[in-house]
Design a binder for this molecule. Sequence first.
Ligand code: AMP
Length: 281
Amino acid sequence: MEVIRSAADMQARALGLRKEGKTIGFVPTMGSLHPGHLSLIELIRGKCDVLLLSIYVNPTQFGVGEDYEKYPRNLDQDLELCQGRGVDLVFSPESSEIYAQDASTHVLEDVVGKGLCGTVRPQHFRGVATVCAKLFNLCQPSMVALGQKDAQQVVVLKRMIRDLHFPIEVMVGPILRDADGLAMSSRNAYLEPKQREDALLVYQALQAARKLVEEKGSRNVDRVKAETANILKGGRFLRVNYVEVVDRETMRPETEIVPGRSLLAVAVWVDQVRLIDNLCF
Ligand code: AMP
């Protein structure tokens, strides 16, 4: 496994591989790898000639007062986790490699990234789209693996890939959870035991909503949202950011639940820690 730190080296290596006719499968991450990330490696391993994973905490997707500075960084441990899992190349640049000091070009997807997380994190998806466009140009993937955990991010990036004609196929992996149901996230490391109990309510609320729709046959958006919010109310440290039922392809709010199309998306703060989760009906 080779670790590349410079953007120019990364691009030269990727272009060289493409010239040899090799396909590159790409897993972009912010590091602090957990089994959710590793499942994305599994998802595209064997479907491409070279497997490339990036580890980069992208400053432009964090808002003012968010956790960019304290975001967990564990490069040595991450490299160990990649070893032996079929990762051929790791791209782990310093920020100065990615953003020129006077960088003034951004990529803004202007519709599907506006609601949900886009309302409280207005710069977030612009940062995500911009860094992914850069990473795609540097890494030259023909396939990228993304997690359904970040459902809105998947839709934003699919839209960007389509609109900007990146020749990249998107594979989406399911949400990996801890044994107790909590969706795996690098940010879970911030949670104290008491806060983690509250975080678990998110999973319990999603399960209650699933029951209502799948077992009791409800198609009523307001009822499902109320049931979800009601369970979340039980958390001492928990504040709801949003509970929404949207079309999973467009992120538009649904007026009724359509199995196979609708997605229940939840974002909460447990104390200072912002967590997101979702469920496809
Ligand atoms: P991050 O490092 O948080 O930017 O995530 C990198 C990729 O891993 C994204 O495509 C995420 O959606 C995905 N991911 C994060 N958490 C999970 C999870 N629990 N299960 C599956 N994929 C995940």
